[in-house]
Design a protein around this ligand. Structure first.
Ligand SMILES: Nc1ncnc2c1ncn2[C@@H]1O[C@H](COP(=O)(O)OP(=O)(O)OP(=O)(O)O)[C@@H](O)[C@H]1O
Length: 308
């Protein structure tokens, strides 16, 4: 008996000569929001298709919601999975309502909840009467999310859900994802927009060339990557060199524009350094601690994998 919503064990997927997924282990716990990142062709979509039961592994095993998602007996399981594919193509001549009704029939879900779904994703009553061909990219993506939410999925796969959306729409998209997660839905989210994933995902999985090269919370990945933390000081005095060298003892120092000095140090040395700055340099105007970004950690794990 497993507690995981999805469990991928030693999975390899080969397409002819191409090994799209290589020996991947991955678990998704109930109510977890996991971000999967990786370069083009890293194997993210292949892994999602395997968990959806659209393809079968060449080696290894997959269990989703307690069953094998590819087996014919598991269609009740597949009804509890939602999927927003990377490139959604709806029929242009159907209205929003007709489209959602159509997908509800396909999924065997009741259409009674469709109005609530339109409201959840922010599609106005006037908009759902219009043909999809008149929709903006943002409206199509909202409709795509409503489609993925049909039947109240326990597990939701979102493949590049925010590509092409403006910042406000991206925020509202993530607000819906957070609400779903709070209600216990497990979410796996693929994206190339690493910066916007910070703060959204409980865990980040980094894929490269079919392999999983890192898996953990941002804090775990930070401690694994051991990238330097940067401490930015805004110094009021002209004597930047003296002050900077005094506070910067033992830390790599860079002068930035506008009297700002950046000190790079190991994460474990950060508190000591901040103490020293506070004691020795009362004239510091401002202090900012910049943790390694997900972009930087991602680049680090890819370089490490390439070197291995
Ligand atoms: N049906 C298929 N037939 C043959 N090769 C495939 C098939 N699907 C995927 N591949 C190959 O498997 C590898 C992984 O592709 P996949 O689409 O899983 O990557 P991805 O990480 O989702 O990339 P992207 O970010 O560009 O969507 C690629 O080399 C791709 O060409």
């Amino acid at each position: 008996m497993t507690d995981f919503t999805a469990e991928v064990r030693g999975v390899t997927k080969r397409y002819g000569e191409t090994e799209a997924v290589r020996g991947v282990d991955l678990t998704l716990a109930p109510g977890e929001c996991v971000a999967m990142v990786g370069h083009n062709g890293a194997g993210k979509s292949s892994l999602i298709k395997l968990m959806l039961g659209l393809t079968t592994p060449t080696a290894g095993s997959i269990r989703v919601l307690g069953g094998d998602p590819a087996s014919a007996a598991c269609s009740p399981i597949r009804r509890r999975i939602g999927f927003l594919p990377e490139n959604v193509a709806f029929h242009p001549n159907m209205t929003g309502r007709e489209t959602l009704d159509f997908y509800a029939r396909l999924k065997g879900a009741s259409r009674r909840g469709n109005d609530a779904l339109f409201e959840k994703v922010g599609l106005e009553p006037a908009a759902i009467k219009r043909r999809v061909s008149t929709y903006s990219k943002g409206m199509r993506q909202r409709l795509a999310l409503a489609q993925a939410l049909l039947g109240g999925p326990k597990l939701l796969f979102l493949d590049e859900p925010t590509t092409g959306l403006d910042p406000a729409l991206r925020q509202s998209f993530y607000a819906i994802v957070a609400e779903l997660r709070d209600q216990g839905t497990t979410v796996l989210l693929c994206s190339h927009a690493l910066t916007e994933l910070e703060g959204q995902a409980d865990r980040v999985v980094v894929m490269s060339r079919g392999r999983k090269v890192a898996d953990g919370s941002l804090a775990t990945l930070r401690s694994l990557a051991q990238l330097p933390v940067r401490i930015r000081l805004t110094l009021p005095t002209d004597d930047v060199d003296a002050l900077a060298s005094r506070v910067g003892q033992g830390a790599a120092l860079t002068r930035l524009a506008g009297g700002v000095v950046e000190l790079a140090c190991a994460n474990d040395d950060k508190i000591d350094l901040v103490r020293r700055i506070a004691c020795d340099s009362p004239a510091v105007d401002d202090i900012e601690i910049v943790q390694p970004s997900l972009d930087e950690m991602y680049a680090h794990f890819l370089c490490r994998e390439a070197a291995e």
